[in-house]
Design a binder for this molecule. Structure first.
Ligand code: SF4
Ligand code: SF4
Length: 410
């Protein structure tokens, strides 16, 4: 299925269908708003002198490839193709929006995902263009100098900067599990202080969004996500472990283009990226529909790239666009290499989803509130009760496939 087809099928985690066809008048008004916003940004002083044209030329990327990327990004942002020149222009103006990047209780995996230097594609080189005012892992300054740089940025760009947060916030022992700077500020105090004067807070990765692995049972540090701490700011959650660079770039671009946060679901995730399930666009979906499963690792099903549901794939209850955007320069993704989805973009994923025991026997609380029936329990009478919203056709096919299989055995 191509990206346009996929976008037509978008649903929120609550099962609400996303309106992907808003009509010409809506898009005309939006186009004008974006035009005004970009003109305003163009007239504002550059925050950084790095230009996209220089970076593209340094990386040996041709303008034609950049425009192809802009066209794909426009589709990923759920905008019509007529917005492509605006998206390209917004990318050129990314050096007008300052970003302060905080690392809290984390592994820096999201920074790493964005920084990959081996043959970076355009999503990854965007980090060179945005005006990254503070990022403790990649900045040259350290200690007091770094602190000063941060204070200057907060003061100078008050109300204008995006505060990116990577990592969870420990609350046990009065937050003493994580302190920063010469005054021993706790991560909570640090985050609140820097978020206060930002334009919006962007939580990247599952630790910053929902607590992630540090919050897994028994959660010794009392780890929580940004939304549990920051209350009076727009917050955009970009979960996954790590968050896909394309989604981080998409959020910044959307902000540059419109001056607003994108449309969000109830977990504050941008609908353009988290409006469909892994399962909706999975390349193994035809095997699910046909009832063809990997029954155990290394069997014939595995060799034939059958569906991984019975060996623990959580794609049916996971909202993310990995099946479309993929990883590593869009070369591949976990299910593509024979590994089930572990639901890393969902709250409490480590406790709920990140185990590999087969689904048969496992009772999973699905995002829509229902208790999922396992493949082995599916029956036509149960279809309406299946909370995860697997299409009736799909589930019926799975049952039919299983039945045929059993009939063959008899
Ligand atoms: S269960 Fe997993 S492997 Fe099977 S079709 Fe769905 S997402 Fe793909
Ligand atoms: S396939 Fe699933 S576990 Fe893997 S990155 Fe995507 S959401 Fe996370």
């Amino acid at each position: 299925m191509d990206k346009t087809e996929a976008l037509k099928k978008m649903f929120t985690a609550e099962g609400e269908q996303i309106d992907t066809n808003k009509g010409a008048a809506y898009y005309d008004a939006l186009w004008n708003q974006c035009r005004e916003r970009l003109d305003e940004l163009k007239a504002s002083p550059k925050v950084s002198n790095v230009s996209i044209n220089n970076v593209l030329s340094d990386e040996g990327i041709e303008r034609r490839d950049f425009m192809k990327w802009a066209s794909a990004t426009t589709a990923a942002l759920m905008l019509p193709a007529s917005f492509t020149p605006l998206v390209a222009e917004a990318t050129e103006l990314m050096n007008r929006v300052p970003v302060i990047w905080l690392e809290l209780q984390d592994c820096a995996g999201n920074s790493e995902a964005l920084l990959r230097a081996d043959g970076p594609k355009i999503d990854e080189i965007i980090l060179d263009i945005i005006s990254l005012e503070f990022h403790e892992t990649i900045m040259a300054a350290a200690g007091h100098q770094a602190e000063e740089q941060m204070e200057d940025a907060i003061h100078h760009f008050k109300g204008k900067y995006l505060c990116f947060v990577e990592g969870s916030i420990p609350q046990a022992m009065n937050g003493q599990y994580g302190t920063i700077g010469p005054k021993g500020e706790t991560f909570e105090e640090h985050l609140k202080r820097i978020a206060k004067d930002s334009a919006a807070v962007v939580a990247v990765g599952t630790c910053a969004t929902f607590g992630g692995i540090p919050a897994a049972s028994p959660n010794p540090t009392g780890a929580v996500g940004v939304r549990d701490i920051v209350k009076r700011k727009p917050i955009i959650n970009i979960p996954a472990c790590p968050a896909n660079p394309a989604n981080m770039v998409g959020v910044i671009l959307h902000y540059v283009l419109t001056g607003k946060v994108p449309e969000l679901d109830s977990l504050a995730r941008p609908k353009f990226a988290f409006g469909y399930r892994i399962h909706d666009n999975c390349e193994r979906r035809a095997h699910f529909d046909a009832g063809e499963y990997v029954e155990e690792w290394g069997d014939e099903g595995a060799k034939n790239n059958f569906c991984l549901y019975k060996v623990g794939c959580k794609g049916p209850m996971t909202f993310n666009n990995c099946s479309i955007v993929r990883y590593n320069e869009s070369v591949n993704w976990p299910i593509g290499v024979g590994r089930g989805c572990i639901g890393c973009s969902e709250p409490d994923f480590w406790d709920k989803y990140a185990y590999e025991r087969p689904m048969s026997g496992a009772k999973i609380k699905a995002p829509t509130g229902g208790v999922e029936k396992t493949v082995d329990e599916f029956g036509l009478g149960m279809l309406t009760a299946a909370g995860i919203g697997i299409g009736i056709h799909a589930a019926a096919s799975a049952v039919a496939g299983k039945k045929d299989h059993h009939e063959d055995e008899e």
